[in-house]
Design a protein around this ligand. Structure first.
Ligand code: MN
Length: 230
């Protein structure tokens, strides 16, 4: 119906897939409440506000917006990049954690980690080191690189940039902005990184790893984060 076609799309805050306290004691309930209900919510709200004057852009997914910066009007470009990135990265972050997390990866993902890092402990050490050294606000990632063989690598991004902006598919992510850990760990980011492995949702990481094999590379941009529209 014509009236339905005119309904404006809007980015929505995804529901947290567990309770605020579910990741205790590794991530405290108050941090989760502020992080999801306030910080992530503000990125979604600011993204919608930045798009308010651009009806064509309101029909685009957050991924499209992040990966097509040159098609965003200059006056909205920074706000769209920061808030689309914030929305995408946090949507993925909630899902790569679980109250029943921890343990270790299995199957093809475990094989790829062995192949590219030697063993799981080496991988975790590399990830923690990169996360500790990331200067200022940013994210630390395990990615499948955009190159033949799809080697796994650890990398960091600043602000809310996403590895897909460099063509790399994100498999696992941790948030190293201070708002992710400061209430509980204060300035001790390394403690936060170390404790965080207990809540890593390896089955979700394995699902993401598998999805990189199911789709040809140009479709990577359609995987990797929750995009909700109404
Ligand atoms: Mn955050």
């Amino acid at each position: 119906m014509e009236t339905l076609a005119r309904v404006q799309s809007k980015h929505l805050l995804p529901v947290l897939p567990y309770s605020h306290a579910a990741l205790e004691p590794h991530i405290d309930a108050r941090t989760m409440m502020l992080h999801h209900d306030k910080h992530h919510a503000s990125y979604v709200e600011n993204l919608n506000a930045a798009l308010a004057e651009y009806p064509d852009l309101r029909e685009r997914t957050a991924f499209w917006l992040l990966l097509h910066s040159s098609e965003i009007p200059k006056e909205a470009r920074t706000a769209v990049r920061n808030n689309a990135g914030g929305h995408i990265n946090h949507s993925m972050f909630w899902r790569v954690m679980s109250p029943s997390g921890g343990d270790q990866p299995t199957g093809a993902l475990a094989d790829a980690i062995m192949r590219d890092f030697g063993n799981l402990e080496n991988f975790k050490a590399r990830f923690d080191e990169a996360g500790s050294k990331a200067f200022g606000s940013g994210w630390v990632w395990l990615v499948r690189t955009h190159q033949p063989g799809g080697k796994l690598e650890v990398l960091t991004t600043s602000g809310h940039d996403n590895p897909l902006m460099q063509g790399h598919f994100p498999l696992l992510v941790n948030d190293v902005w201070e708002h992710a850990y400061y209430l509980k760990h204060e300035n001790r980011r390394a403690d936060y990184l170390k404790g965080w492995w207990a809540v890593v949702n390896w089955p979700e990481v394995a699902r993401r790893f598998k999805s990189t094999e199911l789709y040809p590379e140009p479709r990577w941009e359609n995987e990797g984060g929750l995009v909700l529209e109404a």
